[in-house]
Structures are given as C-alpha cells and as structure tokens.
Write a protein that binds this ligand. Sequence first.
Ligand SMILES: [Zn+2]
Length: 106
Amino acid sequence: MNARRIALITIIALAGLLLIGLAGCKKEEEPAAPPAAPSAADIEAVAAAAAESVEQTTCPIMGAKIDKSIYTEYKGKKVYFCCAGCKEKFEAAPEDYLVKLPQFKQ
Ligand SMILES: [Zn+2]
C-alpha cells in the first residue's frame, strides 16, 4: 500500500512539475511585439509610388521621352517636354495637349 501511495504522490508531483513547466513555457510565449506601425518613410514611399503611376514619361507634343529639366507649370502641375520647342507649343495651346498628360486625367 505504501509503495503505491508513494508512486501516486510521485506521479502527482511530476504532473505538478509538468504543469508548472508548461505554464513557464506559456509565459515565454508572451505575444511578440506588435508589428511596427508604418513609419513616415514608408508612407512617403507609398505616396511616391502613387504619384509615380500618374507621372508623365513622354512629351505631350512629340511623344518622345521627357527631359525633366524642361518643364512648365500648368494649373499647379508640372508638365515635362522633350525639348524647349515643345514647351513653347504647349504654352501656346495647353488645352490641346492635356489629353496626353496623365497628371490631368481623372
Ligand atoms: Zn520636343
């Protein structure tokens, strides 16, 4: 009888230790730090990517690749051209070329 009792107590004690051990493990699994909120740099990158999608890449007059140093501002937006001649043409009749400009498309 005594031996059985000792065995039972041992099992209970071991079970108790196991539970404590599991509890300890659970504690270590405390929720990891929440994912960092998007930083200002990330937001800027997203905004830049969005701006990129409506960015002009070709000259509205000739359809050639734009030169970013040749531009005019129309209705608060920059319009780029491939050469100074195109800039002059645009400024003479900007409305004629707006359909070719992604930044003016809705
Ligand atoms: Zn040109």
